[in-house]
Structure formats: structure tokens, C-alpha cells
Design a protein around this ligand. Sequence first.
Ligand SMILES: Cc1ncc(COP(=O)(O)O)c(C=O)c1O
Length: 400
Amino acid sequence: MSDPLAAWRSEFPIVETCTYLVSHSLGAMPRRTNVYLQQFADEWSTRGVRAWHEGWWEIGRTTGVLLAPLVGAPAGTISMHQNVTVAQAIVASCHRYDGPRRRIVMSDLEFPSNMYLFEGFRRYGAEIVYVPSDDGIRTNLERLLEEIDERTVLVPLSLVLFKSGFIENARAIVEKAHRVGARLILDIYQAAGTVPLSLESLAVDFAVGGSVKWLCGGPGAGYLYVRPDLAPEVQPALAGWAAHARPFQFETGPIDYADAPERFQSGTPNVPALYSCRAGYEIVQEIGVDAIRAKSLRLTRRLMDLASEAGLRINTPQADDERGGSVIIDVPDGASVTDELIRRGVIVDYRPRAGIRMAPHFYNTIEEIDHAMRELCDLARNPVSRPPNPGSRLHGMYDY
Ligand SMILES: Cc1ncc(COP(=O)(O)O)c(C=O)c1O
């Protein structure tokens, strides 16, 4: 079958050097990113402080506008932040935890930093409710819906789980949260750029994510979406001068909030990071997330078929509508197998209590899937025993 996305491969130099199947962790860098990073350096060196008034000060807003269509959000609803943790903290700081509505309800399969952050809010009175998964792959939807009640203030929810690639039923969870007056924060990091989504139609209150995975951007370009009708009502305690309606007046005392998205901006924007994510956003937009998804489903299906044929355990849902862009395969001694795969040029990662995560993107080929699975099956059948090499524990470095 011919691949309509084949031509994009040449835009990503790393795919010529290895079998790059780790886009759930760090997507491949587009060639075009060099141009944007050079542009940043040129502006800094030739324009100096004047660059702030020639695009740098507004770069959070303009980057959010570029990202908005990729996640189904209206322009002007996205602010940019260092990472998901900071974006979640800004949302958390918009709420109170000292009244009867003080519960934060989430699946125990959530990304750990979502837990660490909200655990910290216990000191302000928050109660955290973790809903245990039955199989380690899917959230227990029924239990989660039951736990969301009038005592719930926030529901942090990953649209695609980082551990299993499972796609949550976000619509049902948003509906329940809204019925009881709770707000939902959708973490779209593992979805944006590979699973089509519309924040607007899901009617989520907040969404957070970052750029380094399926969006092929650089680190430091996290983002926060706030529902446009909700934005004027919420007041982030975690605010800085860039969130003030008149930042350059340097007014003292309490903040007079700007309108969104600046309202949610803390301080000085992360300018080089926002240059580093631009090419990835443009390319994902040029290809279209629907086309990326169609290819992703073909490649992940092939991966799973080969794993099943080899009798390997797959910790990812089989159904297309339940599966994001990654496939997680559990083999004995997965961490060492991952090290050896990386040594052989097959770049994947390993997650404890989940397995080896493999993530094809639009620049990968079916031949690469076949090659990676041949190597994995070979290692699963004939384990290589090597002394651990702490200096090259790449699976540990990719361990997120
Ligand atoms: C679902 C999800 N949320 C959050 C993160 C990371 O958050 P942060 O941007 O704070 O590093 C990851 C992975 O890195 C993730 O997979």
C-alpha cells in the first residue's frame, strides 16, 4: 500500500540514523526547527532588547494561536508555560480547598507529576481520591464516575494514558463532572498531534500538555487551555507581572488580571522554547491530525499483530478507538531488552510495571515496524546477558 505521508520522512534527519519509535517521549526534530532557532539567535544578537516589542513579548499568545487548531480550540484560549506541571499548578491555584468541595478525583494510572502536584495541595485542605484500575491498562470508568460528586473540585484526566496508550471516555467524565459542579483538566500530552481531538466540543474546562512528543517540538513549550467562557471567572493565585492587564505600568499591590490568555501567563515568556516548537506545529497542521491518525493506526496494528504472533504480552487496548499512538509490550527483563534494542539502533523506552513502549509516528515506515519487531522477538527468545552499564541507562532517561 502506498504511503501518502512518505515524503515527510526526509524532513526528520534522525530517522535516517536509527529506527526511531519513541515519539510518545521525544518526537523527531524537524529540519525547519534549525531555521527557527537560528532566527531566535539572530534576533537576540542583532535586535537585543528591541526584540521584545518585535514579537517576543506576544510569543505565548501567537504560539497558542498556532497550536489551537491542532487541538480543536478557538484562537486566544491557550497560554504557554514551561511544562504540564506548571500549567496544572496554575489551574490548581485558581481553586479553593478549604470548603466542602475539596476533593480531587483521578485514576491511579495518571502521570505521576499530576499526583505529586495535587498531593502538595493537601496542605491547603485538598483530599485526593485515586480510583484504582482493575487491569493496569484502563481506568475503571464506572468507579471514577461514582467518585465524582458534589465534594469534587477538580478531575485531572489524561486523554491518553502514558502507561498503556488507553484513550479515556473524556466526554462521559466531563458530563459527570459538570453535572455535579466539578471542573475537569484534560492532560492531552499523549494525544495532541496523533489523536484527533476537539477541546471545544468536549467542553473541558482546562487542558494541559506539552510539545516534545507527537507535536515534534522542543522542551519548555507546555500549554494551558482555558474554556473561553470560564476564563474571566477564574483567578490564578500563581500569577506574575505578565498576567497583569497593564504589565508595563508596574503597578504595586494586587493584580488587575489581563484577559485570557495572558491572564494565565506568569512571567517572562520562554522565548527560545517557543521558537523550538513552531516547526512541529506547522508540520502537524500541514499533514493534518486525521491523516497522522490513519497512518498511526496502521502501524500500531502491525506492531500488535507481530507481537501477538510471537506470543508477547501486549499492555495496550486492541480496539482502534481505545488506543492512542503507542503500543506497550511486556517481555521478561524489559529494561535490559530495551537497553539492547537501543544498542541495536531501535530507539524505544521502558516503563516499570508497563513494559516496552513503542510509538510510530507519521515519519516511520512499515519496514521499520517489521525490523523493530524482529529485533524484539529475537531478544525475547534469546536474552542477551550484559553487565548493567549505569552510564548508558537510556531506558531510564526515557522513563517518562
Ligand atoms: C500524560 C503526561 N503528562 C505529563 C507529562 C510530563 O509533564 P511535564 O511537562 O510536567 O514534564 C508526560 C510525560 O512526560 C505525560 O505523558
